[in-house]
Design a protein around this ligand. Structure first.
Ligand code: GDG
Length: 475
């Protein structure tokens, strides 16, 4: 088995005690890294006055990690800047929130070079390299420019935007060309893959050959590979003492009312303002639900420096205040809006206590919360998932109640339907969704990608093909 090198913006392995709080990515990569005796490379999250390229090696839970520190300017321009304030909003279809500056783009290019130069001495000829997400799109290309002919793959966790949006980014061409330096690129859903292929064909002059995109001598396999949950870890967490205590506490405090839960990072892509408006519509148009239902929205803060985050935070503070001011009574508060991080076990207990999981992002690469909510339910008496048609997960969780997240009426209607859904229908929908979640879990996802990456019958893009900057045949 070839050695795997996983690369992501941040290295995220925690020690044993914190294992339950690991992300699905950490779980998937940890298993593959352990099996192949590989390592995980990325930013430590720490800053250093002057970049040295010094690597800190550690081993945690059997996984080797190699991390570098970045200069404050790097962190600001590459991570908080180009990744968070340019690519993230643009790739989530929000050109209105996208900040385009040359400083951000310069920082992104510089840090991707720094990653490539620091990683280069650690790569051996047969290693597979798997790069993750929008922070590091150019990394594969830089490795090719340094002469690496290894199989190198890339997985995009977020959507790839339609060409009409991508064209507003001055660096759109370099970014899309960089995708073609990889041997395999993975997308969460067919829609994001189709958008990439459309750009490659119509703006780069590439052609398609089955699953492959071909441009000059470059040949990249573009696959749909939706990320899943760690199903084993999940069932352990749902039955933990902490999860059961959280579930019981909520059931007692509900006093017979139905709980609707939302769990999202505080981010404009998650559709929180529209979701609150949906709850407001339900209570305004269907007064029979007043005092019968309450919503808990968990929204831990993220990227607090960006102006768009301050704006959404203010808007949500205002609308939650208005909803509670209008509808609350002496002993009923319709909306509990909490900007705190809960432990993973607590979160799963909360999911299980909720009659409805309300997951309504305006755009989302996948959305793991939707899958977590379904997996946490009691199969004998499951709650109902209400899911945005614009989440990647909607392509897999087709038995959810699918809604347009921009429409408060649609959300209110789905809430009313979910809250009155007969037990047999809830069980049937839950059974169907669980079958998919179990079959296509996080190990299925990483095996599927790594099988494609390790497929030796495929020709690699090779170093010499890219040294000139563009493949021959590229317009
Ligand atoms: C990106 C893509 C794609 C949330 N609050 C708490 C908490 N969380 C956890 C959830 C879930 C995770 O955060 C959020 O994952 P999502 O998939 O919903 O969204 P993003 O963070 O935007 O992730 C997304 C994902 O990458 C993976 O490819 O699905 O589309 O945008 O796991 O449970 N966890 C804890 N406390 C909280 O309060 N412990």
């Amino acid at each position: 088995m070839p050695r795997l090198i996983a690369v992501s913006n941040r290295v995220q392995i925690e020690s044993q005690g914190e294992q339950r709080d690991r992300s699905a990515l950490a779980v998937a990569l940890a298993a593959a890294l352990r099996e192949s005796n590989g390592f995980w490379f990325g930013w430590s999250g720490s800053e250093i006055e002057t970049f040295t390229g010094q690597i800190t090696f550690r081993r945690m839970d059997g996984v080797a990690t190699a991390a570098i520190d970045l200069e404050p300017q790097d962190a600001r321009e590459y991570c908080d800047g180009f990744a968070s304030r340019t690519l993230w909003p643009l790739f989530h279809y929000r050109p209105d929130l996208t900040e385009i500056t040359r400083d951000f783009a310069g920082g992104y290019a510089r840090v991707n070079w720094r990653f490539a130069e620091t990683l280069a001495p650690l790569i051996e000829p047969d290693d597979l390299v798997w790069v993750h997400d929008y922070h590091l799109i150019p990394l594969g290309r830089h490795l090719r420019e340094q002469g690496f002919g290894n199989r190198i793959g890339f997985f995009l966790h977020i959507p790839w935007p339609p060409a009409s949006l991508l064209l507003s980014l001055p660096e759109h061409r370099e970014l899309a060309l960089a995708m073609l330096a990889y041997d395999v690129i993975g997308f969460q859903a067919d829609e994001w893959r189709a958008a990439f292929l459309d750009y490659a064909v119509n703006h780069l002059g590439a052609t398609l050959d089955g699953e492959h995109v071909v441009l000059g001598e470059w040949r990249t396999r573009a696959m749909v590979c939706p990320i899943g949950l760690d199903a084993d870890d999940f069932s352990g967490a749902v039955h933990s003492l902490i999860a059961r205590q959280a579930e019981t506490r909520l059931a007692v405090s509900a006093q017979g009312r139905s709980l609707v839960v939302g769990v999202d990072r505080l981010d404009p892509s998650k559709g929180l303002e529209e979701r609150f408006a949906g709850l407001e519509r339900l209570l305004a148009d269907r007064p029979e639900w007043r005092d019968k239902v309450f919503m808990l929205q968990i929204a831990p803060p993220a990227r607090e420096d960006a102006p768009s985050y301050r704006r959404i935070r203010d808007a949500l503070d205002a609308s939650s205040g208005r909803i509670n001011g209008t509808f609350a009574t002496l002993d009923w508060v319709p909306l509990h809006y909490v900007n705190q991080l809960f432990s993973r076990d607590e979160l799963f207990g909360i999911y299980r206590a909720a009659r409805v999981g309300l997951v309504t992002p305006l755009r989302d690469g996948m959305n793991l919360v939707a899958k977590e909510y379904v997996a946490a339910q009691n199969p004998a008496d499951p709650g109902v998932l209400v899911l945005s048609c614009f989440a990647g997960a909607a392509a897999q969780l087709t038995e959810a109640l699918i809604v347009n997240p921009h429409s408060p009426e649609d959300i209110a209607e789905a809430l009313a339907r979910a809250l009155t859904m007969p037990l047999a229908e809830r069980q049937e929908r839950h059974r169907a969704m669980m079958a998919g979640i179990t079959a296509q879990d996080v190990r299925w996802w990483s095996n599927r990608f790594l099988d494609a990456l390790g497929d030796n019958s495929e020709q690699t893009a090779g170093p010499c093909l890219i040294a000139s900057g563009s493949p021959s045949g590229a317009s």
